[in-house]
Design a protein around this ligand. Structure first.
Ligand code: ADP
Length: 498
């Protein structure tokens, strides 16, 4: 299906690969105001979103800092773990400092090695390992985290995975994972932390920005096996060859991604709606997130962090191939063609003609919104490139409790509708086997698992579940937010929020 030519504004990005990806689609780039898609490296404010035309799109969601700032991620995942200790056990124990200092000291006294990270930094900057409280002095605006000291090694080296995740909508949440990504290797052979190696960043950190400074660093020039950056698919294949269950590893990673995003979904949705209340398509913002995953020697994946601006630097042919593909797939997937929009507009007109006079109700708005998601499903299924839809998917109902819990945690003022997609709830016997079957769907499936019925003129009321989701910014829990994030929310954007 051919899409119309789009104009991508690249005036706010430092990465040439954005332009290369745009051109690979036969689209054009612009530095002017005539854009359809704005790609920027920095975050987006509510005021920018509220000024955009409904036909325009931008590559960030206001509020995504709730999972991309290390302290906020810790706050959100910690409070979910309190209620779901088993389901949310994929994040190393983390303390926000200085507020959690007592628990942090207890953990250190227990002879654990912890890793200290600035709350809003990246590329390994300011990160160090500690195992004695005397070694740490200034504990402001940092997090302390349990150090995973048994990482899975390849060729004796520690590595982590950069997984590309596309959030294609926030209300309802629409999430895709890309089948390709990167593995970043440390450059010194790994040994469990001790007094002699604690400061060896080339051993304990896997950041490219750190390890490229080691003379041992080997750039990937197409020789995947030797280098310190390799493709995600090559790692999964290698594990499979060694007899490890990389299919279930992949499923666990998908599960981590969904659960993490659900912790912030109500905040994202409320922020979005406050700037664009009548975007039925749920499509003016999208975001490519970089999830950093460490695998331990038991093949268990751990979430380290989420990047809202994953590096799109392309220092090697491997980087260029993968990142260009991820960006091109993103641009194509989020660009719903006019043809699809016309299908929705027709239905909307018929729908509104049938309804009784008076103000449109929240229920009716939710129905139209649900139908617009189905129109998107039909297009995206055919135009997803290397992306695989993971939410909502056939195991959607497994996550309903977490979504509701999130709604309650963010609860405050007004009621809303929770959109449930038209997906058959699996029978008990099917859902029990989720870990085995869902992965097979996610990796291999080329056809949609979500049925698409464009002929319908509305959506079944069964899919609209009324939930009391009282949201108000005033009552939200910003306990993680130190002064900087507070001023971000209540400062420049307060006029829109209030
Ligand atoms: P940054 O945003 O600075 O890259 P990360 O949280 O990704 O911060 O940490 C940088 C690197 O440190 C990771 O890529 C990983 O190699 C290592 N690391 C971070 N947290 C842990 C942990 N809890 N256990 C083991 N290694 C970790």
């Amino acid at each position: 299906m051919r899409n119309k030519t789009m104009r991508v504004n690249i005036s706010n990005t430092q990465y040439p690969v954005i332009s290369a990806a745009t051109k690979s689609l036969g689209w054009s780039t612009t530095l002017a105001n005539d854009w359809d898609i704005l790609w920027r490296d920095g975050s987006v404010s509510l005021s920018t979103l509220s000024r955009m035309k409904t036909s325009q799109k931008i590559n960030h969601f206001p509020g995504m800092y709730e999972i991309s700032r290390k302290n906020c991620l810790a706050k959100n995942l910690n409070r979910f773990r309190e209620s779901f200790p088993v389901d949310y056990d994929f994040y190393p124990e983390t303390w926000i400092l200085p507020q959690d200092i007592e628990a942090f000291k207890l953990a250190l006294n227990d002879k654990n090695t912890l890793i200290i990270k600035p709350e809003a930094s990246s590329q390994g900057k300011g990160i160090f390992l500690v195992n004695k409280i005397e070694e740490v002095k200034d504990l402001k605006n940092v997090i302390g985290q349990r150090y995973i000291n048994n990482p899975l090694l390849i060729d004796g080296l520690k590595f982590d995975l950069r997984i590309y995740v596309l959030v294609a909508g926030c209300d309802p949440l629409r999430v895709y994972i890309h089948e390709e990504g990167l593995a970043r290797f440390a450059t010194e052979p790994y040994a469990p932390p001790d007094m002699n190696n604690l400061n060896n960043r080339f051993m304990h950190l896997t950041n490219y920005a750190v390890n490229k400074h080691n003379e041992k660093f080997v750039q990937n020039q197409g020789d995947n096996e030797q280098s310190h950056k390799r493709s995600l698919s090559s790692i999964l294949k290698k594990l499979e060859k060694e007899g490890r269950d990389s299919a279930s590893l992949w499923d666990d990673i998908c599960d981590i991604i969904i659960k993490t995003l659900l912790t912030a979904q109500p905040f994202l949705a409320t922020s979005y709606k406050s700037a664009q209340s009548s975007d039925y398509y749920n499509g003016m913002c999208f975001e490519v997130l970089g999830f950093d995953i460490l695998i331990d020697s038991d093949l268990r994946p751990w979430l380290l962090e989420v990047n809202f601006t994953p590096s799109f630097t392309t220092d090697s042919p491997l980087d260029l191939n993968i990142k260009k593909q991820v960006i091109a797939d993103t641009l194509r997937l989020i660009s719903l063609p006019d043809r699809s929009k016309q299908v929705f507009e027709k239905v909307k007109t018929q729908y509104l003609q049938k309804r009784t006079l008076g103000k449109r109700t929240a229920h009716e708005n939710a129905e139209l919104r649900g139908f617009a998601q189905e129109v998107r499903d039909a297009y995206e299924t055919q135009n997803r490139g290397g992306f695989i839809k993971i939410y909502p998917d056939s195991d959607y109902f497994e996550y309903t409790n977490f979504l509701k819990h999130s709604q309650i945690l963010w609860a405050g003022g007004f009621s809303d509708f929770l959109y449930l997609p038209r997906i058959k709830k699996p029978k008990f016997s099917e859902s029990k086997d989720r870990n085995h079957s869902a992965k097979k769907i996610r990796i291999r499936e080329k056809s949609p698992s979500t049925p698409m019925k464009t002929q319908r003129t509305g959506v079944s009321p069964k899919r609209i579940v009324r939930v009391r989701t009282k949201l108000s910014f005033s009552s939200m829990d910003f306990s993680c937010s130190h002064s900087r994030s507070k001023s971000y929310l209540f400062g420049s954007e307060s006029s829109i929020l209030n």
